[in-house]
Ligand binder design. Structure first.
Ligand code: LLP
Length: 418
């Protein structure tokens, strides 16, 4: 459920016409609906009603300041994976005590910063990382709250690039290695073993992999308890999928039931790290058709957004629906590849699909682009990073200015020897 709908043949976001925004802001741009973001966060959170829980929105999905500020205001915590995300989160107003930090490659400087700010928990992904955390905490005169990230070897049946809980993936530790690490952690002077963590992948569209992963965590928690190591926090990560096309992921309520049942009887605090399920369908990418081009074998629609703006189709062959911003009488569709201006064959938004029969100058909405859209955008081909806009009811605000050419060379210099 989202708030992008037609009103008299014009696509609107809540009460605002998208054409009107394009007129003012130019194209391409990302557009987010305040009502949808709010609703998705609240629906997710309510699925865990009554449980001792902390929903830590995953910043990597969309880390724009306005989006983060909105979630902080709704009572969300934050899941981060870099010092940059910590900085963004703190700037947007998150309480450090609600921040969890995952990732296989935390640097000493990032660990220091997390400890100095007093975040809730660091999710540890290897023995050397735990040793470094212990050393840094000692040097800073602090005690580091940690969880061990377990790789439960569960197949999330999603795209191989975004599955993370298989033995062959770089994330976390096997259950056996995790037990070993917990034993070492218990004897470390500067770490507080607080919890256990797992994240098995992203865009997961069934409840079974979550249930399986949690069952494995549970076995581990019980084994640790027998050794006198009390787990007080269970972080189940993120990963719940959304509908891009015809997927039917579990409703957050059903996902909530799976987690609730998996934790039944344990005296623990639950941490969740949802990203896509909160923001994915709350955002779109608006692009303008530049040219139509009929090749010998294919028709192309060249638009002003490229793989640097939204890389998901190129990287994962991801499906993003395309809606005309102005509904044509008859709703004509044609078979064409919708491609961007970048010099790569992989630069497409859709391929071999029937798409709205749009003419040069027409606007298209690339749907479900709120997650991993802007955050994965780049300046490739020296294209300007695009603007972002948020709508609330009948008003809209630019939440990020489009870059300028001067921004492109900001920080660059030409050394004297040239
Ligand atoms: N927690 C951890 C430790 C993660 O690595 C991730 C995502 C999340 C939470 C949030 O997962 P979500 O609820 O959004 O599925 N760029 C890819 C997705 C990569 C996901 C990486 N980790 C895409 O565009 O599909």
């Amino acid at each position: 459920m989202h708030h992008f709908q037609y009103n008299d043949g014009r696509l609107c976001c809540e009460g605002v016409s998208i054409e009107a925004i394009a007129e003012q802001v130019g194209t391409p741009f990302y557009l987010y609906s305040h009502a949808t973001l709010t609703r998705h966060f609240q629906a997710f959170d309510q699925a865990f009603e009554g449980m001792d829980r902390m929903v830590c929105y995953s910043a990597k999905a969309n880390s724009s300041q306005a989006v983060l500020r909105l979630f902080a205001g709704l009572g969300s915590g934050l899941d981060i994976v870099s010092g940059g995300e910590l900085y963004r989160g703190l700037k947007a107003g998150f309480d450090p005590a609600t921040i969890v930090y995952s990732g296989v490659g935390k640097t000493a400087a990032e660990i220091d910063s997390a400890l100095e700010h007093g975040i809730f928990m660091l999710n540890v992904e290897s023995r050397p990382e735990l040793e470094l955390i212990n050393a840094r905490a000692g040097a800073l005169g602090r005690c580091a709250p940690v969880a061990v990230r377990v790789n439960p070897d569960v197949d999330p049946r999603t795209h191989p690039y975004i599955s993370t809980g298989l033995k062959k993936n770089k994330f976390g530790l096997s259950p056996q290695a995790a037990i070993e690490l917990y034993r070492q952690a218990r004897d470390m002077a500067h770490v507080d073993v607080k919890g256990i963590d797992c994240h098995i992948g992203s865009q997961i569209t069934e409840a079974a992999p979550f249930r399986d992963a949690l069952a494995r965590l549970r076995e581990l928690i019980e084994q640790l308890a027998r050794e006198g190591i009390a787990i007080r926090v269970v972080d189940v990560g993120g990963g719940l999928g959304i509908t891009y096309h015809d997927e039917q992921p579990p409703h957050p309520m059903d996902y909530g039931t799976a987690i609730r049942e998996g934790l039944a009887g344990l005296d623990v605090r639950l941490v969740l790290e949802p990203g896509r399920v909160i923001v994915g369908n709350a955002g779109i990418l608006v692009t303008r058709v530049l040219y139509r081009k009929d090749g010998d074998q294919k028709r192309f629609m060249v638009v002003d957004a490229g793989m640097n703006d939204l890389i998901r189709p190129s990287l994962y062959d991801a499906f993003h629906d395309l809606w005309p911003v102005r509904e044509a009488a008859g709703g004509q569709r044609i078979r064409a590849d919708v491609v961007g201006p970048i010099c790569e064959t992989g630069d497409f938004l859709s391929r071999d699909r029937d798409v709205p029969d749009a003419a040069p100058g027409d606007l298209l909405a690339v749907m479900s682009a709120g997650a991993y859209g802007f955050t994965m955008a780049s300046n490739y081909c020296s294209r300007l990073r695009l603007a972002e806009v948020m709508v609330r009811d009948d008003a809209f605000g630019v939440i990020r200015e489009r870059q300028t050419y001067a921004d492109l060379i900001h920080g660059e210099s030409i050394p004297d020897f040239l």
